[in-house]
Design a protein around this ligand. Structure first.
Ligand SMILES: Nc1ncnc2c1ncn2[C@@H]1O[C@H](COP(=O)(O)OP(=O)(O)OP(=O)(O)O)[C@@H](O)[C@H]1O
Ligand SMILES: [Mg+2]
Length: 339
């Protein structure tokens, strides 16, 4: 999509139009308040001048003549005790945002709960809360949006893997068992070595990656069924693992709808063909596998017996000597030992 912004700036007003592919998508007019500049929304560095527990407030010097007013509910603090004198100290410095203009003799009102509005999202860096606008009423849509933000924050904040010696066979078996229970109509065929296959892995992350892929396989089968599966189609997911000296390979194959035509883009965030999908499942899996020095590929599955078409296959390659290859989490002692 081609986006253009056209601005028309006059002393009495600023007019802004956003065009998408030449069509008007948004139109805004801003008129400055007569006589004085608007400060609401501005962010300043402030210094606490005094704290008044009696009125649960503090006064903050932001460089203006009058100190700004900060009420207890606008204080962001890790303290469990919500008394203002427990949360703020005189002389403390912080970032504040103007919530209300100064009027007459009253200074402006500020908040520590900074918010930065964008076109679709309001970023509140000090808040853990994820909220959806009241104007979006459809519960399914609210749920979908919430999931996008949750998944994305997990993706963006993904920690480095915390690797410990783990049996990959057991992780894979557990993921299969879990999905077997979650997908009762699907035959799950596992060809997994007896194990154990010990590798240095972050068990939680690898389990999440395996679960995401087996879920995708199940959803691809569901999509095929919704579109009308051919007669005699038996829903099936095959999970295979092989291990050599250098690497372990896990393949998750299904006889579902098959990969969409634009398969090169599936690892990009937000690319989804499912109404309820976030399109973050695969980017997360890819990141997890790559953080472990491995490689993820999406291919066509072999055609299962009795089927006419191929589903999809996800292939994970994980180096057995992940630690030595990556080196990122390698402590100095280990480097010396191994070198
Ligand atoms: N096994 C598969 N068979 C066919 N298509 C698949 C398969 N796995 C993934 N895809 C395609 O890749 C897209 C992106 O997958 P991804 O896991 O990133 O997101 P999603 O499954 O749509 O949403 P979410 O994971 O949030 O539920 C899917 O919408 C689907 O089109
Ligand atoms: Mg998915």
């Amino acid at each position: 999509m081609k986006r253009e912004i056209i601005a028309n700036v006059l002393p009495e007003e600023t007019r802004i139009a956003v065009l998408e592919d030449g069509q008007l998508a948004e139109f805004m007019i801003e008129r400055p308040a007569l006589g004085m500049a608007k400060l609401v929304g501005n962010i300043y560095k402030g210094k606490i001048e005094n704290v008044l527990p009696g009125i649960s407030s503090a006064f903050v010097n932001t460089g203006f003549e009058k100190n700004a007013y900060l009420y207890v509910t606008d204080v962001v603090s890790p303290s469990k005790d919500r008394h203002i004198e427990k949360m703020l100290k005189r002389g403390e410095e912080m970032m504040v945002q103007v919530a209300k203009e100064a009027i007459g003799t009253k200074g402006m009102k500020v908040t520590m709960d900074i918010s930065l509005p964008g076109r679709y999202l309001i970023y509140m860096p000090k808040s853990e809360h994820v909220g959806v606008s009241k104007h979006i009423e459809d519960p399914a849509e609210r749920e979908r949006l919430r999931r996008i933000v949750d998944e994305f924050s997990r993706f963006a904040r993904m920690p480095e893997p915390d690797r410990k010696e783990t049996d990959l066979v057991r992780l894979l078996r557990d993921a299969v068992t879990l999905q077997e229970a979650g997908q009762p109509g699907v035959r799950l065929v596992a060809a997994i070595p007896a194990g154990p296959v010990l590798m240095d892995l972050d068990a939680t992350m690898i389990s999440q990656a395996l679960t995401n892929l087996i879920k995708n396989a199940g959803e691809a089968i569901e999509t095929l069924q919704e579109k009308g599966a051919p007669a005699g189609h038996v829903p099936e997911i095959r999970v295979e693992m092989t291990t050599g000296d250098a690497e372990s390979v896990i393949r998750i194959m299904d006889n579902g709808i098959g990969l969409p035509p634009d398969r090169a883009r599936l690892f990009e965030p937000y690319v989804t063909t499912r109404e309820k999908g976030t399109g973050l499942g695969l980017p997360i899996v890819k990141k997890i596998i790559e953080e472990h020095g491995g490689h993820l590929a999406l291919l066509d599955a072999p055609v299962f017996d009795g089927n006419a078409h191929a589903g999809a296959m996800a292939e994970i390659r994980l180096p057995r000597l992940a630690r030595r290859r990556m080196g990122r989490n390698m402590g100095p002692q280990l480097a010396a030992q191994e070198g």
